[in-house]
Design a protein around this ligand. Structure first.
Ligand SMILES: Nc1nc2c(c(=O)[nH]1)N[C@H]1C(S)=C(S)[C@@H](COP(=O)(O)O)O[C@H]1N2
Ligand SMILES: [Mo]
Length: 427
């Protein structure tokens, strides 16, 4: 590792057989490196080396980000259509390259709204639950809040995430552009199962229609598998506070592991029935065009995915020590392993996963790398606990054909040129 300090940070999950995390979290330095810390760190031996203490601002009702921190989503009006007037935007992407850990701040959770974000009055809002049930019911927000609740950290991902790279790679894209339609929040709400039991769903009903209260009237037919009945919930809470209007205030459906579109916002109706309703959102839209020109319906699961966020598109690195990190997620379950290649997918090394790695949530991965200054390509590959491996781009496109637009989960390659410039490339 030459003159560079070597970090070896063990992030393994503690368990009863092992010493505690704090005892196992250690940093070791290669010999003879006193004073030569990570990039940019300087030797110091007195308080004169750090700035003096400062007066504080008045305390306030809520806190803002530091004036020195600039974080924003990017509104876009479709694949490759950036820098648009927000009035024309159809989605707004999360700055994955500027965030830490696994939770997305609420105001930076990506947004996809088909007809803007209505600001609904919770006192007026109602949820109708009807169809093949013994007793149709109407719930308001207070009804939901008074019931037993679940809180769960899960990712929501738009089926369109990754659509930028289906056909070509624009070298000027950041990871926010390529992968910013996925975010992870802690959502709180009432289990769907409880609502199903309260209304007395007919045993012959295996589908549920969920409809939003926005002008677009997004409505989807959801198959009532055991997994969905056990895991779906109607959320009113987001990262410890009421939902933000952009994310469905005052209530939305949360469907852990399934396509973003099913997570119906501003939820106003659940209807139980025998067959899917074939709404325009599952016929004209959100179907997957195959190579033979036919479209597949109800491709609902979000697949195993990962992306390196540092270093990533448009960043620049210097030769020497780098701490690579990124995010991995799978709609099938928990991320079990992430591997990184720093030589264009020729050889792979395991990355460390930041614990806890929760099922159907984004997990942060990290790895040491010393860049020798020669042009190369870096890429990550995730595997989940159900054995699904994120495909390389060539086999993914060969399997899906190039007519498709949704559910892109191929490995993301970043090239590094001799000046250290990092760029989006296909493979
Ligand atoms: N009522 C309604 N629900 C909706 C949408 C919408 O436009 N209206 N957009 C859907 C789509 S396409 C996605 S990807 C997710 C996005 O959720 P978010 O904006 O909270 O990230 O919400 C889904 N639920
Ligand atoms: Mo979406």
């Amino acid at each position: 590792m030459g003159d560079h300090m070597k970090f070896s940070l063990d992030l393994a999950e503690p368990d009863h057989k092992r010493p505690s995390l704090s005892r196992r979290c250690f940093i070791t330095a290669s010999a003879g490196l006193a004073g030569s810390l990570a990039a940019g760190a300087a030797a110091a031996d007195s308080l004169a080396d750090v700035p003096p203490r400062e007066d504080g601002a008045d305390l306030s009702g809520h806190s803002e980000r530091s004036q020195y921190v600039k974080l924003a989503r990017i509104p876009e009006s479709g694949p490759g259509k950036r820098n648009v007037d927000p009035a024309d935007a159809i989605n707004s992407k999360t700055p994955l390259d500027k965030l830490f850990g696994g939770i997305t701040p609420s105001d930076l959770h990506y947004e996809r709204s088909h007809s803007g974000a209505p600001d609904l009055d919770p006192a007026m809002h109602r949820l109708l639950v009807h169809g093949m049930v013994k007793k149709p019911l109407v719930f308001n927000v207070e009804d939901l809040k008074s019931m037993p609740s679940v809180s769960r950290v899960v990712f929501i991902e738009c089926t369109g995430n990754g659509w930028e790279n289906w056909k070509k790679a624009d070298a000027n894209l950041t990871v926010q552009n390529t992968h910013g339609l996925v975010s992870t929040n802690e959502w709180t709400g009432v289990p769907l199962k409880l609502i199903v039991d309260l209304v007395g769903k007919d045993a012959g009903s295996h589908w549920m229609l969920a409809e939003g209260g926005d002008a677009a009237g997004v409505a989807r037919s959801i198959p009532l598998t055991d997994e969905i009945l056990n895991e779906a919930f109607i959320a009113y809470g987001q990262n410890g506070e009421p939902l933000r209007p952009a994310h469905g205030f005052p209530m939305r459906l949360v469907m852990p592991g399934f396509e973003g579109n099913l997570n119906i916002k501003w939820l106003r109706r659940l209807k139980f029935g025998e067959q899917p309703w074939m709404t325009r959102w599952e016929t004209a839209r959100y179907t997957q065009l195959q190579a033979n020109g036919k479209a597949t319906q109800f491709q609902l699961r979000m697949d195993t995915n990962s992306v390196i966020t540092t270093p990533s598109g448009t960043m620049a690195i210097k030769p020497g020590y780098q701490r690579i990190n990124g995010l991995a997620w799978s709609g099938h379950g928990k991320i079990a392993k992430v591997e990184i290649s720093t030589d264009g997918a020729n050889s792979w090394k395991p990355a460390q996963l930041t614990q806890p790695a929760l099922p159907k949530a984004q997990v942060r991965f990290q790895m040491d790398w010393v860049w020798d200054g020669k042009p190369t390509r870096i890429v990550s590959r995730s595997t989940d606990d159900q054995g699904n491996v994120q495909p390389d781009r060539k086999s993914f496109v060969a399997a899906m054909g190039s007519n498709a637009l949704f559910h892109y989960n191929a490995q993301q390659t970043w090239s590094v040129d001799e000046t250290g410039r990092v760029r989006n490339v296909l493979d």
